[in-house]
Structure formats: C-alpha cells, structure tokens
Design a protein around this ligand. Structure first.
Ligand code: SAM
Length: 265
C-alpha cells in the first residue's frame, strides 16, 4: 500500500519557478513508470535530483529504500519534503555543485531533471558513473535523442559520445507536455543509463573530453583532417580494422572509436 505522507507537500504550493525549471509532473502513472524503471529492491540506496513537490518521491518512499537522499535547490520545497517524509535525507543544494565522488558507491539515481541544467548535469555526472548502480532521468525529448541515437544520426553529438563513453544509454519512453504543470513547450523522454565496467571506461577522461570536443567542433570534417599531424598510419590501420577509412567524418565515430584513437595520440 502507498505510504501516504503525513502532510501533503502540495499544500499552498508556491508558484512554480521558471528559473529552476519547475515543470511538475502531475500524472501518477508516468511517475510510477519512471520509478519502476529503477527496479527498486528493499535495501537499495536512492538519490533523487530535484524532487520538487514529490511526484516521484512518494513512489520511491513506498519501495522502502535503505537510504534515500534528495537534492533540491528550492529551499522552500526542500523544507516541505523534509517535513513530509522525515526518512529522506533532503539536502537543499545545487546538484551542479554536489560532490558526487563523496557519495558512497551503489546508489541508484533518478530525477525529472530541470531542463535548463540537464545536459550539463549529465555531462558532469558521467565522470562519477562508476559510483552508481544505474540512473533513470526524464529530460527533454531532444536531449533523450542526443543521449541515445547511433553515431552518424543528426542528433548524435558531443553529449551522446561523451556520456556513452561511461554508460550504456537507453531511450525508455516519450512523455507528452500534458502531464506537467505548467506545461513545457516540448515533449520529454525517460532515459536509463547503466555504468560501463572499469575496463570499458576511458583511461584518461580529460583526454577523452578534449578529443570529443575537438571532433564535434568539426563534426563534418574527415577525422584525418580533424587530427591533422596527430593522425598516424597506425590509426588508419586500426580504424580500417573497425570498418572505417581515414576519410570518415568525425560525427560517424562512436565512443569505442574515440577511446581507441586515444591510444594512438
Ligand atoms: N521531481 C518533480 C516532479 O517530477 O514533479 C520536480 C521536477 S522539476 C522538472 C525540477 C526540480 O529540480 C524542481 O523541483 C527544481 O526546484 C529542482 N532544481 C532545479 N535546479 C536544480 C539544481 N541545480 N539542483 C537541484 N535541484 C534543482
């Protein structure tokens, strides 16, 4: 049975703040579906980013995690959540400034992410993905595509290549604007991210970031031209073994190719 909060966190709710990307989910079925994608088990540790008025939060509480941490930048909403569910460790902080490396390993992350910071947050989080069990995020549909489409697709770019260097990304389902208040202008998407194993991650994440940024600044240029004098016969040989010639455009290469190229740079 659903554990009903002692106090309704939506009581006399302050007006949504556009600056904090506050489009609140009002559809319990969608909320349950997002939380179900986390596959929560008793004993799990969960961290929710931007719990807001608690649309996802209540279903997470219902699943009875061993630890539940929530990061909410809006101090008023953070106060209400802590009052409503004393079992949650609510932190009134900016998730963009959170020390992910200081969190014990094994947490499951979830959030209907504020759209204005979602891409930046996911970019930063990628570096800490090895600490997490999995993540399920709601983002703008377009960001959902950028995270999950295949190399060469027009929505494929630096964010997808970077994030998938650290995690497997799956587009789970699309969500229409009608299930939010206020309604956003665009559709949303729920995506799941599963960390890659240590051997699959970039050995030098900073070098990986530099290569990805360089390649997507010149996404339609041939990789040979993008790398200039750094492009070696060994690279050409290695790319050929993966079915690519030196004239391949940077935007057609996937995370595995970028990681492989790094060994020759
Ligand atoms: N989870 C709720 C829901 O589904 O209805 C709220 C989602 S709303 C799209 C985004 C939430 O993130 C808001 O509650 C907002 O205050 C919070 N938020 C915005 N920027 C944040 C940040 N940098 N760090 C933590 N929380 C933030």
């Amino acid at each position: 049975m659903l554990a009903m909060p002692a106090k309704d966190p939506q009581r006399k709710a302050p007006a949504p703040k556009k600056s904090l990307g506050q489009n609140f989910l009002i559809d319990a079925n969608v909320a349950r579906k997002i939380v179900a994608a986390l596959n929560l088990r008793p004993g799990d540790r969960v961290l929710e980013i931007g719990p807001g008025r608690g649309a996802l939060t209540r279903w997470i509480v219902e699943a009875g995690p061993e630890r539940f941490v929530a990061l909410e930048k809006d101090e008023v909403l953070a106060g209400r959540l802590a009052e409503t569910w004393p079992e949650i460790e609510v932190r009134a902080v900016d998730a963009l400034k959170f020390d992910w490396a200081g969190l014990p390993p094994g947490f499951k992350l979830v959030g209907n992410l504020p759209y204005n910071v979602a891409s930046r947050l996911i970019w930063d989080l990628a570096l800490a993905f090895d600490r997490f069990e999995r993540a399920v995020f709601m983002v703008q549909h377009e960001v959902g595509l950028r995270l999950t489409v295949a190399p060469g697709n027009r929505d494929y770019g630096a964010l997808g290549a970077w994030t998938r260097g650290f995690a497997q990304a799956r587009y789970l389902f699309r969500v229409p604007p009608t299930v939010f208040r206020p309604r956003p202008r665009v559709d949303s998407a729920v995506v799941s991210l599963r960390p890659l194993g240590p051997a699959e991650r970039p050995v030098d994440p900073q070098a990986y970031a530099r290569l990805i940024r360089l390649c997507f600044q010149h996404r339609r240029k041939q990789i040979r031209g993008v790398l200039g004098s750094g492009f070696s016969p060994e690279m050409a040989h290695w790319l050929a073994s993966r079915g690519f010639d030196p004239e391949v455009r940077a935007e057609r290469l996937g995370p595995d190719e970028f990681k492989g190229l790094l060994f020759f740079l």
